[in-house]
Design a protein around this ligand. Structure first.
Ligand code: NCD
Ligand code: ZN
Length: 352
């Protein structure tokens, strides 16, 4: 008998859609599965004030055309961000977080902050008005091993930040280690984490054995199996501090298969079915809707989506390369199969 799952349409609380042609190509993939997404601001130049965010939102709106999709915006925290920028954000519902990239950590992070304590006044204002800080939690120090970057960040920077700004809402994005998971579990309700499908699914062996797969190279880098297990366990635990954020980060194929490659995994095409299968394998399917469609919205004080989506359990082959107009992207699970397929009816109302 065919198995179905029907759930409140999910939200993706960590998404890169880029701009221009790439934006147009990836948005249809996003909007199939997600009603809303928190759009990362790491364009070049970065989306660092309200005017730029509203302009970017308008470009996304133009690209969406008749798709049913509602972008939520973030502002890039730079050394030049002022408390006034935060006050301005308070009046704009569509801007829901500030994004902190330690300078040098990842794609287009060179505009980021070297020492977060330079931003003390901005953080004070955010804490005051309740604007969350979304954090790329990796230390940037060439002497720190790439696999230790998150753990060292948690130990040295995040723990201090949480102690010094006890009311500040903080999201440890794309948590990828036991230490990151434990930190979030042990701190107050103002601290949460997003979890990607790829950090739940893959460890570093998947990337490095049987031929290096540069399309699985991303930040934070895939870790060893014990870390993957901890991330998986946190996701399926039913703890409201952990919610869905794909960190889908499209880079055209040439930037993923050259001599030197960019970090980022493209997963908007199929992350949702992959998450669902992982929950099923853990006998936790009944907890999936909260992870995908409630906990994140609650953290950001947004309403839950009313729409439902329905998927059936059926094998679907994933192409090795997606060709969309002129753009070629390598999807997560390139050349493999996934186990769930979207059923194109939106009107079923039975939540599992
Ligand atoms: C992201 C990108 O390409 O924008 N890359 C990645 O490896 N995840 C940036 C980020 O979130 O680190
Ligand atoms: Zn990201």
């Amino acid at each position: 008998m065919t198995e179905f799952i029907t759930l409140r349409k999910p939200d993706d609380f960590h998404l890169h859609v880029r701009d221009d042609e790439v934006l147009k190509c990836v948005l249809p993939h996003v909007a199939r599965y997600f009603k809303r997404a928190m759009i990362m601001p790491n364009l070049s130049p970065p989306v660092s004030n309200i005017e730029m965010a509203l302009d970017y939102k308008r470009r996304i709106g133009d690209a969406v055309q008749n798709l049913d999709f509602n972008p939520k915006m973030t502002l890039y925290l730079t050394p030049f961000t002022k408390p006034e920028d935060i006050k301005a954000a308070r009046n704009e519902d569509s801007v829901i977080a500030m994004k902190y990239y330690p300078a040098g950590a990842t794609t287009n992070s060179e505009y980021g902050v070297r020492d977060i304590y330079q931003c003390r006044k901005v953080l004070d204002e955010m804490q005051k008005i309740g604007l969350p800080l979304s954090i790329h939690g990796e230390i940037v120090d060439p002497d720190i091993d790439v696999f230790d970057r998150e753990q060292v960040f948690v130990d040295t920077i995040l723990s201090k930040l949480v102690a010094d700004f006890p009311q500040l809402k903080i999201i440890l994005e794309h948590v990828s280690t036991i230490e990151g998971v434990q930190f979030v579990e042990e701190t107050g309700d103002n601290v949460a984490a997003t979890i990607t499908a790829h950090h739940m699914l893959l460890n570093r062996n998947h990337m490095l054995l049987n031929g290096i797969k540069s399309y699985l190279f991303c930040f934070p880098i895939l870790k060893s199996e014990k870390h993957r297990k901890a991330v998986l366990k946190a996701a399926v635990s039913g703890n409201k501090k952990f919610f869905l954020g794909t960190d889908s980060a499209p880079h055209e194929i040439a930037k993923k298969t050259g001599l030197v490659n960019a970090g980022g995994i493209y997963s908007s095409f199929n992350a949702l079915p992959i998450y669902i299968e992982l929950f099923k394998q853990q006998n936790a399917l009944e907890k999936f809707e909260a992870f995908s469609s409630q906990f994140g919205a609650d953290f950001y004080r947004l309403d839950h989506n009313e729409e439902r989506i329905k998927l059936e359990r059926q094998q679907v082959e994933i192409p090795e390369v997606l060709t969309i107009n002129q753009l070629q992207l390598i999807p997560l699970k390139s050349g493999e199969t996934i186990n769930w397929r979207l059923v194109d009816s939106e009107t079923e109302f039975s939540v599992p």
